[in-house]
Design a protein. Structure first.
Length: 377
């Protein structure tokens, strides 16, 4: 073991603290009897230790993560947070079948937005939990959400991003807008649903989603965030790789695997000396985002955690890059176990987003031991 390799005890300690941070307040809402019981928050603003609002997408990730950890460690106690998170999602599920974005579930006036990506990520967790702890209500919820998700897919395989509070499709813009490359990850949900019920429509939809995103891949392997091809957002690029790698593995489709691996090679070639990545590449330098990136050199933890997972799944060919990403993540961990999202040339931005730590936990759990593509969430 070289001196710059993360030590095994450092990995184990970081993993323990990260799971503890994720497992309780303020990140996980524990209020039996309350509507929001079991939900996970967006994160914590450390400037005033202020918890952020509930986040549906992240609650879906939590169902997947704790279901994964329960099986991995043969500890069914870890299914408790997964089950409670799923219970929250079922309570807020709309009559249309979607899991709405509700930052304050207890406030009837809280804007209700239905994101195809968020609902897909919740489907993944609920379907996997339904296999680990069979429950007809979980299966019915996932299938209802799946029917709604099919309705969000366009004829070219891409997805509408959002149904707004008024009940009509709206493009929220940004990397998570209509037709974004992040929607390759919807294929995880569609394939989980196909496994659950055998309906061919989900299989075809998963292939269509991947085909749409492969049209956004540049010659160097990078995935443009949207069809406008204005930037490569590293977080969304990693999502595209995850979706294609998962679908290619499940379907044994070399075209999808080839696109994923080309994207992973781009990540390897874009890694910075400290083991991290910039949030954006190929953006116009005169744009507001491009100027901020050039000035501050922000390096988000989510991209590093996602890359570490992808490198682990790709095996020894990217071991050096994976180790560098792991060192980067360990350096970002706060004392309480949560990861700091970003650090700039000027200062450290005191935000801990929950998904950073969720992705990092799986990367840490896979070091050492086996890593399976089908466990990606």
């Amino acid at each position: 073991m070289t001196s710059d390799t993360p030590e095994r005890h450092d990995i184990a300690d970081a993993l323990r603290r990260a799971v503890e941070w994720l497992s309780g307040p303020p990140v996980r809402l524990v209020s039996p009897g309350a509507l929001a019981h079991g939900a996970f928050l967006r994160g914590v603003d450390r400037r005033g230790k202020v918890p952020m609002g509930a986040y549906t997408e992240i609650t879906g990730y939590a169902v997947s993560l704790f279901t994964f950890l329960a099986r991995r460690r043969s500890d069914r106690r870890l299914l408790i947070p997964a089950t409670e998170a799923a219970g929250y999602l079922l309570r807020i599920q709309t009559k249309e079948g979607a899991y709405p974005d509700l930052r304050d579930p207890a406030d009837p006036a809280s804007p209700r937005r239905l994101y195809s990506f968020d609902t897909a990520m919740c489907i993944v967790g609920i379907a996997r939990l339904a296999r680990a702890a069979p429950d007809a209500a979980l299966e019915a919820s996932a299938l209802a959400a799946g029917r709604w998700l099919l309705g969000m897919q366009r004829s070219d395989g891409s997805f509408l991003a959002m149904i707004g509070p008024g009940g009509r499709a709206e493009d929220p813009g940004g990397f998570f807008g209509d037709g974004g490359s992040l929607h390759a990850k919807n294929a995880l949900a569609l394939l989980e649903l196909h496994s659950l019920c055998g309906d061919r429509a989900y299989l075809d939809a998963a292939v269509g989603a991947c085909e749409a995103v492969m049209r956004l891949q540049d010659q160097d392997g990078a995935f443009w965030s949207t069809p406008a091809k204005e930037e490569v957002f590293t977080h969304a690029h990693a999502y595209a790789c995850e979706g294609l790698l998962y679908a290619g593995t499940v379907l044994q489709e070399n075209r999808l695997l080839g696109a994923a691996r080309k994207g992973i090679e781009w990540l390897a070639g874009s890694q910075r000396v400290d083991g991290g990545w910039l949030p954006r590449y190929k953006s116009r330098i005169w744009s507001r985002a491009g100027f901020a990136d050039s000035l501050l050199r922000l390096e988000p933890s989510d991209a590093a955690a996602q890359a570490a997972r992808l490198f682990r799944l790709e095996g020894e060919g990217h071991e050096e890059q994976r180790r560098a990403a792991m060192r980067f993540l360990l350096a970002r961990q706060a004392r309480d176990g949560g990861l700091i999202h970003a650090r700039s040339l000027l200062n450290q931005r005191p935000l801990s987003y929950t998904w950073d730590t969720q992705f990092a936990i799986q990367a840490l759990e896979w070091d050492p031991g086996s890593a399976l593509v089908i466990d990606l969430f």
